[in-house]
Design a binder for this molecule. Sequence first.
Ligand SMILES: [Zn+2]
Length: 271
Amino acid sequence: MSRWLEVGPDNYVLTTQGFLLNTGLVVGTKRAMVIDTGSGPRQGREILAAVREKTQLPIVVVNTHAHHDHFFGNAVFADDGVTEFWAHENCAAEIEDTGDGQRRFVAAAEPEMAGGEGIDVALVVPNAIVRDQPVLVDLGGQTATLFYLGRGHTDGDLLVGTGTTLYAGDLVEQGSHPSFEDSYPEDWANALRHLSALRHRYEFLIPGHGEPCSDQFVKTMASTMTTAVRQATQATRETPDDATKAIPILPYGPEQSRWFIKRLQETRAHH
Ligand SMILES: [Zn+2]
């Protein structure tokens, strides 16, 4: 039986095992929108089967960003007849460029996807593109707004807002530290402040991983990251030769603090 959690009328979230990905489902009268498709054909099929317990309507897919656990299930949906795959332009470009290189991350859970051989292991690059302006997708009786708040967790994080619910992708993570590997820490802190200001418009906020989040959670995540940017900036100014000195003072685990500093330095160089 499916484990959909209802978050607003005809808005749902399903958490799958492994990466603990939250997949969103928004059901209109004409079409349904699936937000993130899982880490390969196995998980994609599990998600599609759960979707089909809720609705038989034609589906449109959204990928919130170009990380393997969010888009490797696309081929399963393409096989089911889906032709409309939405993403931010930077996300689509990243999937095209690095998609094959990300296969190694799913070797244990999705061996066919990792090996690139079998059914539904092709990369399906999003073909419906969002740029800086929001895009409204009419599902019949329900409209989903796809929008971009600038760089953050990656350079192509897309958010999906409905009348009740904001699906935030990995811009918001609950239950674990944020993932900074491909991030833009200063921009992410700004995006979170922006997101926090929008939070009151929605009854529910669904993170990419973890439990639905309160206003306070998003505020805290935003202020924590803003403080971390300031702390790391100050520490690297004081000891420019050894930025790792800042690791213990940052509010994240050692691994993620290391990534935070690395990405802060790399992405600053572009300013
Ligand atoms: Zn991610």
